[in-house]
Design a protein. Structure first.
Length: 76
């Protein structure tokens, strides 16, 4: 089931795009019509129900004086 929107219509601006739910999922279809979920638009780690932004990990590492460059990558 997909909601028709939030109680406060101002909250719909980011959630709904042209009447479609903006889920953040990347998807594609083939010529037969099924929709395939291929991934997520944002780099994000979901751990025990918590969303962890990879940029926050990279920024914390880069604050250390011994670190010149840092990259966090989610792995399944």
């Amino acid at each position: 089931m997909v909601t028709h929107g939030y109680r406060n219509p101002q909250d719909n601006n980011a959630a709904l795009l042209g009447g479609h739910l903006n889920s953040g999922d990347l998807a594609y279809t083939d010529e037969d019509g099924p929709i395939y979920i291929a991934g997520r638009a944002k780099d994000l780690i979901i751990r025990n129900g918590h969303n962890i932004d990879l940029k926050l990990i990279e920024q914390a590492l880069q604050r250390h004086p011994a670190v010149a460059l840092a990259a966090a990558v989610g792995q399944t």
